[in-house]
Design a protein around this ligand. Sequence first.
Ligand SMILES: Oc1ccccc1CN[C@@H]1C=C[C@@H](O)[C@H](O)[C@H]1O
Length: 337
Amino acid sequence: AQSNKGLKDYYQSYFPVGAAVTPRTVEEGPEAELLRKQFNSLTAENVMKPQPIHPTEGTYNWEPADKIVAFAQANGMKMRGHTLCWHNQTPDWFFKDKDGKEVSKEVLLQRLKEHITTVVGRYKGKIYAWDVVNEAVPDAPGNIYRESNWYKIIGEEYIARAFEYAHAADPNALLFYNDYNTESTSKRDRIYTLLKGLLDKGVPVHGVGLQGHWSLTDPTAEALEESITKFASLGLQVHITELDMSVYPKEHARRERRDTDVSTFTPEQEQQQIDQYQRIFGVLRKHKDKITSVTFWNLSDRSSWLDNFPVRGRKDYPLLFDQNYQPKKAYWKVVEF
Ligand SMILES: Oc1ccccc1CN[C@@H]1C=C[C@@H](O)[C@H](O)[C@H]1O
């Protein structure tokens, strides 16, 4: 019956649809029920990032990640791994020796290799796609490489090495480069240059993750189409990895509250959100030959990372399910096509 269909059923002949979850989300209850009904792919929102999973050189924290993997396995869901190499949520110990001094390039490469080999190896055969490197390209025009500790100590080759380590650990896993703001022409072009260079050197990159932290007006359908086709022209699969649609103007840096930062979800904002979700999914369906996964970042408006970014404590309403896990008007425009 229609009522039993979820997003994953409507999109069965297009692409898997997923959500970013916490270990709490997969405990029995309304959120686990919503996951089962609506989604057939999962990403761990935080617990597979370097800091949560490998807090000190000698300790791995497997239990939270294992919980999410077990839920995916038990419910026949695909699992995306997020993320192996990133400048954020990465512990300082990677970059420091026992005296607190900066480590050499060789030591840091060895630590990166150990981390990736151990994490990817543990979930071999259970995680089919990894965000190997996250956000290596800066927003500001000009440089291709963000000046992270990875880049400063190793140089640009840290990216190729990360992909090679992941491929050696699980030759069957699809390996992705993941980034946000991928529809801005300057950043899009620099990501393209980075990826083309890696592919030309034979580095095992299989796809690009467009995070999809979008807003009511950005991107336009044309800009999104341009990004999808440009990256696909490299022979890469395209995943939308962190889709949400803030009801506030897009910003890319955390900032303190201003008294104008009131939380609103007016009928006008809702209508704009309905129209934008309809436009975006029209483009994604049109390019189902290039798009092989679409994952929302978090599950429902009950809780979104945007409730605290870029402004702490400003409630956002970015997803297809409301604060009581019910489909919003935008949901029906996404599934009725
Ligand atoms: O939209 C942004 C603006 C500035 C910096 C980072 C981002 C997006 N950064 C993402 C968001 C949330 C995290 O949980 C994800 O791991 C990260 O990939």
